[in-house]
Design a protein around this ligand. Structure first.
Ligand SMILES: NC(=O)c1ccc[n+]([C@@H]2O[C@H](COP(=O)([O-])OP(=O)(O)OC[C@H]3O[C@@H](n4cnc5c(N)ncnc54)[C@H](OP(=O)(O)O)[C@@H]3O)[C@@H](O)[C@H]2O)c1
Length: 266
């Protein structure tokens, strides 16, 4: 299998590149711009990949809120450009396509989306563009972490600064970028896998609850609560966007993942 990884320098893209080894070719800014149709077509014509794994994105939701045209170009036009090449596409999307309408139960692939903000609305248009072609795949995930991300930020803030301020008004699930990359590589080598998938670690938490759990485990630092409402940032966050799946793509549960991350980092 020859895989083209778009967004290959990012958190998830670099995990994919590690796993794929010689069968992965990486494409990212500044040499490769997914919003540039000719650039995408030329790269695909030169590489002739069997599959494209798209992990590109603008993950700063406040930046997207203030730059909606750019968000649209990367998340919608970019996916359209990849779809147009005719190569099988697996593209990564977000839990934030759900805001707060379905609370307190895990949200499934068959539940209707209701984007929380500009970032999510543009990602949802990208999802639709990908899924218009049979054989393509969208994988929604949330709170990715590897070398960085929510969980490492909590651990290092508690250990190095002795303090973490964490919000109480957003509930979602964490996802190890390495574990998600394994699932994506499995999908890439199985042509029968297509459509919409949710892929996270089961265990709905607020960042505040997660920080308190970490503090109780490592017995160091202080956790203080804040809220998105208090922080008054440009992008609204979903109150509840914990994903569940009807498609057998659940990752190891929160407790297990937390233990592994603590072992690695401490
Ligand atoms: N991180 C999360 O918690 C999270 C949660 C849910 C879903 N996701 C989705 O998962 C995917 C991977 O996220 P991640 O955390 O790995 O993000 P990341 O670390 O920010 O990586 C994204 C990569 O895409 C690149 N990129 C941005 N615009 C591009 C363009 N026009 N052409 C080509 N590449 C471009 C970025 O380059 P620059 O760094 O130079 O901009 C970066 O290297 C994204 O689609 C994201 O929306 C992430």
């Amino acid at each position: 299998m020859k895989a083209m990884v778009v967004g290959s320098s990012g958190l998830l893209g670099s995990e994919l590149m590690k796993l794929l080894g010689d069968s992965g070719s990486g494409y990212d800014l500044p040499d490769f711009d997914v919003t540039d149709r000719k650039c995408v077509a030329d790269a695909v014509a030169a590489l002739r990949p069997d599959v494209i794994l798209n992990t590109s994105g603008l993950t700063d939701v406040d930046y997207c809120e203030e730059n909606p045209d750019e968000a649209e170009r990367v998340h919608h036009t970019g996916v359209q450009n990849l779809v147009t090449t005719g190569v099988r596409l697996i593209s990564v999307s977000t839990d934030q396509v759900f805001s707060c309408s379905v609370e307190n139960r895990y949200i499934l692939e068959s539940d209707p989306a209701e984007p929380a903000n500009v970032y999510a609305a543009s990602k949802l248009r990208g999802e639709k563009a990908a899924l218009e072609v049979f054989g393509n795949t969208i994988v929604r995930t949330s709170w990715l972490f590897g070398q960085r991300g929510l969980l490492p930020w909590i651990i290092s803030s508690l250990v190095n600064k002795g303090l973490v301020m964490a919000v109480t008004d957003q509930t979602s699930c964490i996802t190890s970028a390495g574990s998600l990359a394994e699932i994506l590589v499995g999908m890439a080598s199985d042509e029968s896998s297509s459509g919409l998938f949710h892929c996270v670690s089961r265990g709905a938490v607020t960042p505040y609850e997660l920080a308190c759990t970490v503090r109780d485990r490592i017995k160091t630092g202080v956790v203080k609560e804040t809220s998105w409402q208090q922080l008054a940032l440009p992008a609204p966050r979903p109150v509840w966007s914990a994903l569940g799946t009807e498609r057998n793509t659940e990752l190891p549960p929160l407790e297990e993942v937390l233990d592994q991350c603590l072992q690695k980092m401490l």
